[in-house]
Structure formats: C-alpha cells, structure tokens
Design a protein around this ligand. Structure first.
Ligand code: KG4
Ligand code: ZN
Length: 339
C-alpha cells in the first residue's frame, strides 16, 4: 500500500509544504522563500520570519495539495519539523500541522529538521547530475547550512551518531557574514561563490581551524581574519581584492569541511558521503569532496539542498513506518540535535 505524507517545514525563513509517496516519490514540493524580505537586514529577522509564515502557511499547503493532485482524504499522515530552528517560526508550522491533523483525523509525525536534510537523499530524482543512486547505510552526512554544521554517522534508519559540529558560526552563517563584509549581498553563499570564481585563493593566507583529534569546526577566527584584512585598507582598495578574498575564504571553509568528512568516511568505513544543506550547493565544496573523499559522494539538486518540505515528508515516512506518532502536547525543540 502506498503511504502518502504531507510534509510541513517552517524552521527558518522558508515556508514549505510537500506531498511525498513512500518517502521517495515527490508529488509536489512548494517553497516560499523569504530571502528577499530578509536581504535588507543582511540575515534572517526572526520576528518577521514567523509573521510571514503565518501569512503563507495556508496558501502554501493548499498549493502543495493542488500541485500533487490530492485531497486531504488521500493523505496518510502529516509530518512536521519541530526542531531545531527559530522558536517563533517552528511554532507556526507545528501549530498549523496539529490543527490540520486534528481536523482531518490524520496522525502527526514529529520530524527533526536535520534528519530531513539527510532524507532528501532518498527522494527519487533528488540527486543532481552526479547521481550515484540511493544511499546504503552506513553513511557519513555533512549537513551544512545557515544554521547548522553537523557531521553525522548514520548506521541505519533512525540510528545516528553525532561526530562533531560547529563550536561557533555555522558554515553558511560565515558565508553570509563575509559576504556582508565584502558588500556582496544576501544570501551570501551564492554571492561569495560567484565572486570567488574570478579570484585567486592563494592571494590571502587565511587560517584554518583544524581542532585536531575532533570532528568539530570553528569559523569565527576565519571571519575575524577576513575583517582584519579588510580593515588594513584605509585608502582605495585594489580592484581584485573582493574576488581574491572571496576565493581565499571559500577555500579555507572547504578545506576543513572536506578534510574532516574524508577522514570520518575512512575511519568508519562507510559506503557513501551525503552532502546536504544550503552550503552543499557550493561547487567548490562538491568538487573538493569528490576529489578527496574515498567513497561515492551524493549531492542534491539545489531546491533539495536548501530548506524544503519534501525532505521532511521523506524523513517522516521512515518515522511513520517505525510507529512514531506525536501527541497533541508535542512542543517545539529549537535546540534539537541528531543523535
Ligand atoms: O539550508 P538552508 O536553506 O537554510 C538553513 O537551514 O540555514 O541554507 C542557507 C544557507 C545560507 O547561509 C546560504 O548563504 C548558504 O546556505 N548557501 C551557500 C550557497 N548557497 C546557499 N553557501 C555557499 N555556497 C553556495 N553556493
Ligand atoms: Zn536546513
């Protein structure tokens, strides 16, 4: 029997809904991004994000059902992100999902946003052109986004071990902050990547926080080094400065992310490495990972790298099969981890 799940995701600044069959077939995947709204603040403005979710959630879910050509009666469950994320944003999606589940008599499945990023790799036609087929456990997942930098060893469905994560800024946050310093715009990741294409990564000697003996990351020292280099110029800046700095910064982030991911893949003898999250759209990161990781590297189409609800429905399917059901007292968990 086919299991059809409506996924709902509002953990940050994307209001998203999707219908997915059996955790693999995307019938629809609708994402309303607030990026333009937050661009004027150079980052996500939490209060505004939650208010936008309130306005968007009902039309976005209706659109997801319509695009999938299904009605409420065709659904088996509603899967919703309950953490990690911004409290005010998470509350909108969770309370909408509770209301809809209660009204329509559907079970409610609690989903960890990070598990969603992992399960994006189980969606059919989710892979980008470098497709290597559906992953087989055990795998190493590198989840890098505006809010997270997590290195996870996944032994099987629902069996995770957190190897490490960032001690300060998330990788995407570092991209966003450096883009702001270089006046490249928001969101910073794509802007830095574009600028870096015209730059020479060896033009600046930026630090790399190796944190030996751990799978943890740190990007705040790197960010400060970029700021110091910028402050050195009081007069007119050389024309090539921004491109060189973008390239050097990107290289520094990529070097550490890929070195630790490759080492983890080797140490734990996994079958594959899965790259997820907004930063995994970065071409330099993908290229370096493919060159240095000793096992196949799975990457996603851009729409599935960044926050979306198809990945929540995909993760929700495995939770549904495992018998996980949320009670009506389910609360948000903004600091939720994947363990
Ligand atoms: O997964 P996502 O949509 O949201 C979070 O859960 O945070 O990721 C957004 C983040 C932003 O920080 C953005 O700058 C970064 O992903 N990003 C990139 C690229 N595209 C998006 N970072 C580096 N290179 C890119 N091409
Ligand atoms: Zn995310």
């Amino acid at each position: 029997m086919t299991i059809r799940i409506l996924g709902i995701e509002t953990s940050c600044d994307e209001t998203a809904a999707a219908v997915v069959e059996d955790g693999t077939v995307m019938l629809s995947n609708v994402v309303a991004s607030q990026a333009e709204l937050h661009a004027q603040y150079g980052g996500v403005f939490p209060e505004l994000a939650s208010r936008m979710h309130v306005e968007s959630i009902i039309p976005i879910v209706e659109e997801a059902l319509m695009a999938a050509h299904v009605g409420w009666d065709d659904l088996d469950a509603i899967a919703v992100t309950y953490g990690p994320g911004l409290p005010g944003s998470l509350l909108v999606g969770l309370n909408y999902a509770k209301g809809a589940a209660l009204a329509k008599g559907l079970p409610l499945i609690p989903v960890n946003h990070l598990e969603g990023h992992l399960y994006a790799h189980w969606l059919q036609s989710g892979a980008d052109d470098g497709s290597v087929g559906r992953p087989r456990f055990p795998v190493i997942a590198l989840i890098v986004s505006g809010g997270h930098t997590e290195l996870i060893l996944a032994h099987g469905h629902g069996k995770y071990e957190r190897l490490g994560g960032t001690l300060d800024d998330a990788a995407g946050e570092a991209f966003d902050k450096v883009a702001r310093m270089l006046k490249l715009g928001y969101p910073g990741g794509p802007a830095v990547e574009q600028a870096a294409q015209k730059g020479d990564a060896t033009a600046f000697d930026l630090p790399r926080a190796w944190l030996p003996g751990t799978y943890d990351f740190s990007f705040s020292g790197l960010k400060t080094a970029v700021l110091r280099a910028l402050q050195k110029y009081t007069g007119p800046m050389p024309h090539s400065f921004h491109a060189h700095m973008a390239a050097a910064f990107q290289q520094s982030v990529v070097d550490v992310l890929v070195e630790k991911t490759a080492r983890a893949a080797q140490e734990f003898g996994v079958n594959a490495v899965l790259l997820s999250g907004g930063v995994s759209a970065n071409g330099a990161l993908r290229e370096a990972a493919r060159a240095q990781v000793p096992v196949p590297v799975h990457t996603l189409r851009r729409i599935l790298c960044t926050d979306n609800a198809a990945m929540i429905a995909a993760a929700g399917y495995h939770r549904y099969q495992a018998g996980d059901r949320a009670g009506w007292d389910l609360d948000i968990d903004p600091g939720l981890q994947l363990t």
